[in-house]
Design a protein around this ligand. Structure first.
Ligand SMILES: Cc1cc2nc3c(=O)[nH]c(=O)nc-3n(C[C@H](O)[C@H](O)[C@H](O)COP(=O)(O)OP(=O)(O)OC[C@H]3O[C@@H](n4cnc5c(N)ncnc54)[C@H](O)[C@@H]3O)c2cc1C
Length: 444
């Protein structure tokens, strides 16, 4: 055990040690690779951390499924899959994160555009409960079968509340339908995921098309035309990502594909590349000289460098990230962009990037310490708007501790009741992440 300030860190090296620590009775926050942007890892005080990074790990491919045990990273999982002519169907931009944590945070990323959310890819999983026992959940099972009558009834009401979000990657609260959903997006509040199997896709060649556009603040007409076009090619187009001009300025000049303007990029299946070129050239006012083909690793590097640069900048200045993670319905993309436009006019530096094809963008204020309060006010008003638009406030990075203050309007009594009943059933002593969003009533 290490002691940092008032924070105990336990690092089990086997499942037996994990079991001992869990049954010891203390409250525990689980940690994986610690890439979450919604948990202030270095400022977690008066709580013990259960660091899962030293558990035994293994990744295998069995019957066309990726089977992961312990702290395997997305980069390792992808390398294994590709070595056997498969590929992953989901992957957060931060590849050093752990695959099993990805279930806990319901991680998504650019590939969700083509292949859906991680919840759709989990075939089965195993988790250790608060008594230290390992149980298996199958995605083919209905969650209700696991539950008593009271929970089943409460869940029926909860599902109705979820219905406006059924087409989102992640709604404001988890989608509880399949047995495996218990662990998807519940952020380690009900148990420790120890093993899981994921669907894979056959490995195929793809290309990245980088498209130069005007700055979105001045004219987002062509952004929208490409957004609409891409919807007609979901699956053939794997991802549709936006990096605005201000984001691109965070990259070294030598790697920027264009001198100025926004960049929208698409990963396209090579089998349909010619058709996509042809269809793009048919879009009114679209000029093919706006398009550049970029290699896979360069594209991925650019995509990762931007959020990393923002995190580094904020931690250098001691500022907690002031970014959004909101998704809206596809027919509301213009309203989302207009809202961001208003925020961009507040006189605070900002950037916009993210999963444009899914109407899911990260707007980041880059404030000085004097501007932090103004950003916080703007963000409160932003999340109220997202609530009115029936959008999802945090469609991939989760809630953790940092985003809880915005969740009030999204959680009514029906939702909190299911949180309460699930905690009571699966973690009655409230050991797992006791200050997480399941207990939001107590710590708001
Ligand atoms: C530059 C950058 C880019 C990112 N891009 C994306 C992105 O595209 N998409 C995306 O979704 N996220 C993204 N993230 C956020 C982050 O990478 C994900 O949330 C990731 O899933 C966290 O994994 P981790 O191993 O770092 O977990 P941690 O950050 O250590 O933990 C995150 C949460 O998961 C829980 N947890 C971890 N392991 C387990 C387990 N075995 N069982 C139960 N609960 C567990 C923890 O309790 C905690 O609440 C990004 C982060 C950064 C820094």
């Amino acid at each position: 055990m290490n002691l940092i300030g008032k924070q105990n860190i336990f690092t089990p090296k086997s499942l037996v040690q994990l079991q001992e620590l869990i049954t010891n009775g203390q409250a525990l926050v689980l940690t994986g690779a610690k890439t979450s942007t919604v948990l202030p890892f270095d400022r977690l005080e008066d709580v013990s951390c259960l660091d899962l990074s030293c558990l035994p790990k293994e990744a295998k491919i069995i019957d066309s499924h990726l089977v992961v045990t312990g702290p395997v990273t997305w980069a390792e999982a992808r390398a294994l899959a590709q070595s056997q002519n498969f590929d992953l169907m989901a992957m957060p931009t931060e590849e050093s994160a752990y695959v099993l944590s990805g279930i806990a945070t319901s991680a998504t990323g650019e590939l969700s555009f083509g292949f859906g959310a991680i919840r759709d890819h989990v075939v089965w999983l195993e988790y250790m409960n608060s008594q230290g026992e390992i149980s298996k959940l199958e995605s083919s099972q209905d969650l209700k079968v696991e539950l008593d009558e009271v929970l089943q009834e409460a869940l029926g009401e909860y599902e109705k509340e979820y219905s406006p979000y059924s087409h989102f990657k992640n709604g404001p609260f988890p989608r509880f339908e399949k047995a495996t959903d218990l662990m998807v997006g519940t952020e380690g509040q009900l148990g420790v995921i120890t093993k899981a199997a994921f669907k894979l896709r056959p490995k195929k060649l793809s290309d990245f098309l980088f498209i130069n556009l005007p700055r979105w603040q001045e004219d987002y007409g062509m952004h929208l035309a490409l957004f609409e076009y891409a919807q007609t090619r979901r699956g053939d187009i794997y991802s549709v990502e936006l990096m605005d001009e201000a984001s691109m300025n965070y990259l070294d000049k030598s790697v920027r594909p264009f001198e100025k303007g926004d960049v929208l990029f698409m990963e396209v299946d090579q089998d349909v590349l010619e058709d996509v070129y042809h269809e793009l050239s048919d879009i009114q006012n679209f000029h093919m000289d706006q398009v550049l083909m970029v290699g896979h690793s360069k594209a991925m590097q650019m995509r990762l460098q931007i959020p990393r640069a923002i995190n580094e900048r904020n931690s250098r200045l001691g500022i907690i990230k002031k970014g959004t993670d909101a998704q809206v319905r596809r027919d509301k993309i213009s309203l989302l962009l207009d809202t961001y436009k208003e925020m961009a006019e507040l006189g605070i530096d900002c950037i916009l990037f993210g999963h444009f094809g899914d109407a899911h963008l990260h707007f980041n204020f880059l404030p000085t310490s004097e501007q932090v309060h103004k950003c916080d006010e703007a963000l409160v008003s932003f999340y109220n708007k997202i609530h009115l638009l029936k959008g999802s406030p945090f469609a991939e990075h989760g809630i953790g501790l940092i985003k809880q203050k915005f969740m009030g309007p999204f959680y009514n009594e029906k939702i909190k009741r299911v949180f309460y009943l699930l905690k009571k059933k699966y973690d009655p002593a409230n050991k797992f992440f006791p200050m997480g969003y399941f207990n939001i009533k107590d710590n708001q």
